[in-house]
Design a protein around this ligand. Structure first.
Ligand SMILES: Nc1ncnc2c1ncn2[C@@H]1O[C@H](COP(=O)(O)OP(=O)(O)O)[C@@H](O)[C@H]1O
Ligand SMILES: [Mg+2]
Length: 250
């Protein structure tokens, strides 16, 4: 209930970085990975951050999702000032509001697709019936209704990533983060994954932030930010609405 009280006003960006800097120290060497970075992201859009390996994309994603702390600057997510939350509040915020999709799928080998999606919902304290209902719906949404009894070893790479998306989606998060979600996939599967993420943004009003160094994905996003050396070099919107050219997943 306090969620609603803290919901952002309609005009407020869903996710906001203000003058964020971040360094890592190893030995005597200090590397500044994010340099006074400012960024607003709106709900209902798929934003793609592209840029070369090592430019700070994953670090930015983990900072925006509250996983890592900033050295200086601020992060606001859904109207909350993340720097003001203690560890427990931050953990709760992340559990309730954020979903993650990774390059390597992060699935449990012994669990069926259905169980992968259902398990975290049980952990959130959802009733078993509700968890099962949501798991089924999410797997249907990514086109895997007919594959939900299978384990990862029996699924293709694209299908595994669709299970991971269903798992994130079943929480109905307002913020969905994807770190190189297509890197382990061929071109056709990569496009299908990005199209699914795009559809989620549109149909659920989710703020979807995807980082990738794959230039083929650029045409599938609503907005593309190019990052280099800890800064945002360019920020542009696609001229026309992106058409989902890949129909239903097969
Ligand atoms: N936990 C860490 N400790 C030390 N250095 C790190 C850590 N995380 C990232 N880095 C360094 O920060 C830079 C940016 O990393 P990263 O955000 O992963 O870039 P990208 O995702 O764009 O490839 C790299 O030089 C990387 O080695
Ligand atoms: Mg990375």
């Amino acid at each position: 209930m306090h969620q609603q009280a803290n919901a952002p006003a309609p005009s407020q960006p869903a996710l906001r970085a203000i003058g964020v800097s971040k360094s890592f120290v190893s030995g005597n060497l200090r590397t500044q990975v994010l340099k006074d970075l400012t960024l607003d992201l709106d709900a209902g859009e798929l934003t793609l951050i592209s840029g070369p390996s090592g430019c700070g994309k994953s670090t930015l994603l983990s900072i925006l999702s509250g996983l890592q702390k900033v050295d200086s600057g601020r992060v606001q997510a859904l109207g909350r000032e993340l720097g003001e939350l203690d560890l427990r509040a931050l953990e709760r915020f992340r559990l309730q509001n954020t979903g993650f999709v990774f390059q390597g799928f992060n699935l449990f080998p012994a669990l069926s697709a259905f169980e992968q999606v259902e398990l975290p919902l049980n952990h959130m304290g959802m009733s078993r019936d509700e968890a099962r209902r949501r798991a089924r719906l999410s797997l249907e949404e990514v086109g895997l209704a007919h594959r939900m009894r299978l384990r990862p070893a029996e699924l293709s790479g694209g299908e595994k990533q669709r299970v991971a998306i269903a798992r994130a989606l079943a929480k109905e998060p307002q913020l969905l983060f994807a770190d190189e979600p297509t890197s382990a996939l061929d071109s056709a599967n990569g496009q299908m994954i990005i199209d699914i993420l795009h559809r989620i943004a549109r149909t659920h009003g989710t703020t979807v932030l995807c980082v990738s160094h794959d230039p083929r994905l650029v045409t599938h996003a609503d907005r593309v930010l190019v990052m280099e050396d800890g800064r945002i070099l360019s920020d542009r919107r696609s001229a026309a609405p992106v058409i989902d050219s890949h129909g239903t997943p097969s």
